[in-house]
Ligand binder design. Structure first.
Ligand code: C2E
Ligand code: CA
Ligand code: CA
Length: 749
């Protein structure tokens, strides 16, 4: 122990001291080494930190509690185009903001901003804002306070992300609006419980339910059980098969929109897990289309005005009925029906009134047909097929019933109108062996009924067919009649009541090479139907004016105009140029028009008449008393003369009415200061009656018949024709032939 102590006291203390020194040196060295290593570590750490900071996608800066910048990364400076000096640690937030203002990346007031920021951070809050920079970029900024004061701010340029998000948003909104507005019902159900999760507007409309009553509900909560079962069954089928399911046209009773015809398609929509998540239903409402198709199908076979079958339906029915008749060896009849004077009704009372008449007559005829097939072929043409019973007796009874429908008047806006019917009947197989001929023969019989006496029934007779064919032939021949110089003008004198001739009416005739002289009553209607009346009328006008202009006695010349001439071309222009061409004084020309000219487009007719009158000529109303509303026309149109139709004089001795009418019209003329001429005066008795009634002008066989002008050479003041073609003087001619004119006196105008 002493030794130990001794050692300690001498040598050992030295050793200990040395050891201690060594230890100290070692320790110092170790400490030095540690410090170095620490420093090296620190440097590495800082480098790593800096690298990490500067590698960040976001700009970062850190401020101490007094809003002085502690550190920032390169990205921050780069984002706001700041210099290293701008981001030197120790800079205040306000200085930073000002530096950013200078680079155009900060729009607010730096002082206000830094004050607000300091206040927010002081509350220890983290705040995130989106800032739109002046240069168009968008930055997402997060300020997070750190313990002990100060805060860290990260700035992230989200321009691209925002753009992509916006784009996505737009696309989504666009898709939503497409789905919403697509005119087809779209419904989506989730598969778990089968609840509706999406419906579009078309779905709401189609079901007549608002979406708040659909979304979140199952089919069973919306529809009656039977319908819901069907829907669910279809959904299940789609989920089971994984294939699209088409449910073709089916009727579906909707909760609020009646029964609809639908075509439905269903399919499953799969999730990322490849399991069906939704069922999508695309449902087309074809109700309107089906309805339109049905209407079109109906329209194709029916007439829209009367609702009766149309020509197509008639042809089909006739074919089928004929086939049946051939098989069963039966006879059938076709009744062709036409309304009398329908065109006039249309023209006088207007088309709406014409429509009322057609509808009403269609209804009555349909009723009277008692089940026999009836169709409207167009215009005022109706047709009935009589198929059950012996012919022609059955058709005859049917025709009588149909004719009776015309007895009762039709009310057109308060006016009562009686509309007559004419009917033509042809029987198969007696009159025709096929449908086309049967129809043509019924028409031929109808044509005869109309031309002979309206309001009657005519059965087909073989010569009717011949007449129709003749009419067609006539039309063909008429085409070349002017060029072949086959038309002639005859002139009939017009006189004062005492027999003084004051003028002539030009009446056309057709000198047919085979048929001889054809009456205008036969070919004028044909010319009107075919439009040939236009060149014909022009020829008549020119020829008559030329003739009258050559008369030494300046008598009047009356020329008939067809209504068709008023409807086409420039009639006043034509008359004007003919007057100039022929040198006829306008005051010598009188144009005879019938009521047909005035019905239809009244404004046009009035305007043409006014222009004609401006030329200085006269207008006479021909055939007065035969039309519908002559009286009102007298007031509306500029007329200079009334010509009472010859039928009144012809019937003078048969009943008291014609006399009363003539008397009334003469009185009317006197009242209106219009001269009245009576046509068709054949006897002295008639003339005397008229004279007694105060009639001033007459025309008729008593004065003279229509004849070539040569027959009236003396009257017009011309020398008698050359001896080779002697034309008797009026008196001489009368003595020679009863056909020749009787002239007593003449007078020039
Ligand atoms: P309208 O204009 O009423 O002509 C009078 C018709 O009565 C003429 O028949 C004439 O011959 C006939 N007539 C004259 N006096 C008597 C008489 O005392 N007794 C009898 N029973 N008849 C008499 P027409 O020449 O056969 O002409 C028939 C119709 O044809 C004319 O009736 C007229 O509507 C038309 N027409 C004749 N010529 C022309 C013409 O140049 N142009 C046009 N558009 N129509 C014409
Ligand atoms: Ca006439
Ligand atoms: Ca007449």
């Amino acid at each position: 122990m002493d030794r130990v102590l001794n050692l300690a006291n001498e040598q050992d203390w030295r050793v200990v001291g040395l050891a201690a020194t060594v230890c100290l040196v070692v320790l110092c060295l170790a400490a030095l080494y540690d410090r170095r290593r620490l420093r090296a570590n620190l440097i590495t750490q800082r480098q790593t930190f800096n690298a990490a900071l500067n590698n960040m996608n976001q700009g970062l800066c850190m401020f101490d509690a007094s809003a002085h910048l502690v550190l920032s990364n390169d990205r921050y400076a780069e984002m706001y185009r700041l210099s290293p000096d701008d981001v030197r640690p120790g800079r205040t937030l306000r200085e930073l903001c000002e530096a950013r203002r200078a680079t155009g990346t900060f729009a607010e007031d730096p002082e206000v901003y830094s004050r607000d920021m300091a206040a927010r951070v002081a509350q220890g809050k983290t705040n995130q804002v989106m800032v739109d920079l002046a240069d168009g970029r968008t930055v997402s900024m997060v300020n997070r306070s750190v313990p002990g004061g100060g805060w860290v701010a990260t700035h992230e340029d989200v321009t691209e992300r925002r753009r992509a998000e916006n784009e996505l948003d737009r696309t989504r909104r666009f898709l939503d609006s497409v789905i919403e507005n697509v005119p087809t019902t779209i419904v989506v159900k989730e598969t778990l419980e089968g609840r509706y999760v999406l419906v579009n507007r078309a779905a709401e409309q189609m079901w007549g339910l608002s979406r708040k009553d659909i979304i979140g509900r199952t089919s069973h909560e919306i529809f009656p059980k039977r319908d819901a079962d069907m829907i669910v069954e279809h959904d299940d089928e789609v989920l089971r098969s994984g294939e699209q399911l088409l449910v073709d046209e089916h009727a579906f009773t909707t909760p609020g929109n009646g029964t609809r015809m639908l075509i439905a398609r269903r399919l499953a929509i799969y999730g990322l897990d490849r399991k069906p998540q939704y069922t999508l239903g695309v449902i087309e409402d074809v109700t309107e289309r089906k309805r339109a198709e049905a209407t079109i199908a109906h329209m194709a076979h029916h007439d829209t005005l009367t609702g009766l079958p149309n020509r197509t339906a008639f042809s089909q029915c006739l074919d089928a009925t004929l086939d049946q008749a051939i098989v069963s060896d039966d006879s059938i009849a076709v009744l062709s029906i036409d309304l009398d004077r329908f065109k006039e009704i249309n023209d006088v009372f207007g088309h709406p009134a014409g429509d009322v008449v057609l509808r009403e007559m269609g209804r009555r005829l349909d009723l009277a047909a008692q089940g026999a097939f009836i169709a409207r072929l167009g215009g005022d043409e109706f047709i009935v097929i009589s198929a059950n019973g012996p012919q022609p007796a059955t058709a005859e009874a049917l025709a009588e019933r149909l004719l009776d429908t015309a007895v009762e008047e039709i009310d057109i806006g308060g006016k009562l109108l009686r509309v007559g019917l004419s009917m033509g009947v042809a029987v198969f197989p007696t009159d025709a062996a096929d449908g086309t001929t049967l129809l043509a023969h019924a028409d031929a019989a109808l044509y005869r009924a109309k031309s002979e006496a309206r309001g009657t029934i005519r059965f087909f007779e073989p010569d009717m067919d011949k007449r129709l064919r003749e009419r067609r032939l006539l039309q063909q021949d008429l085409r070349g009649a002017i060029e072949r110089n086959e038309l002639r003008l005859h002139y009939q004198p017009q006189a004062l009541i005492d027999g003084t001739v004051i003028g002539f009416e030009a009446l056309v005739r057709w000198q047919h090479p085979e048929r001889g002289m054809i009456s205008p009553a036969s070919f004028i209607p044909v010319a009107e139907d075919s439009g040939l009346i236009i060149p014909l009328g022009e020829w008549i006008l020119r020829e008559a004016c030329r003739e009258a202009a050559s008369w030494p006695n300046r008598l009047q010349i009356a020329i008939n105009l067809s209504p068709v001439q008023f409807q086409h071309g420039d009639l006043p222009g034509l008359v004007h140029s003919v007057l100039l061409e022929t040198g006829l004084e306008a005051k010598r020309l009188e144009l005879e028009i019938t009521e047909g000219v005035l019905i239809g487009d009244q404004d046009r007719a009035i305007s043409i008449l006014r222009r004609l009158k401006l030329l200085g000529l006269c207008i006479a109303m021909d055939d007065f008393g035969t039309g519908y509303s002559s009286l009102s026309y007298l007031q509306a149109f500029p007329i200079d003369k009334i010509k009472i139709d010859q039928s009144f004089v012809a019937n003078l001795d048969r009943s008291p009415q014609p006399a009363a009418i003539i008397r009334a019209v003469i009185g009317l003329g006197r009242g209106l200061d219009l001269p009245v001429m009576v046509e068709g005066v054949e006897t002295i008795t008639q003339r005397d009656f008229l004279a007694a009634e105060g009639c001033t002008e007459i025309q008729g066989y008593l004065i003279g018949r229509p004849a070539p002008i040569e027959n009236y050479a003396a009257v017009v003041g011309r020398d008698a024709p050359a001896p080779s073609a002697p034309a008797p003087s009026a008196q001489a001619a009368f003595a020679a032939s009863p056909e020749a004119p009787r002239i007593t006196k003449h007078a020039a105008v």
